[in-house]
Write a protein that binds this ligand. Sequence first.
Ligand code: ZN
Ligand code: ZN
Length: 75
Amino acid sequence: MHDEPAGARKEKVCQEQECEEQWSQLEQGVRDCCTTFVYCPFCANEMVTRCSVCGETVSDIDFQFCPWCGVKFDQ
Ligand SMILES: [Zn+2]
Ligand SMILES: [Zn+2]
């Protein structure tokens, strides 16, 4: 599998490792809704936004391009 740069998304994720497992068990449809979450529903930590291509944290959700790998975000 290979991510096309054109398909880059800003993903909202929890940085807690323990939550990663819980998140991975959610259906994709549910996970898509989670992009508006501010806090993680599993640990109440603040969610971070990251680039779906390089996985680096994107500090401003209004960015149109990833500041780390240069891909254009769809949204
Ligand atoms: Zn969490
Ligand atoms: Zn990136």
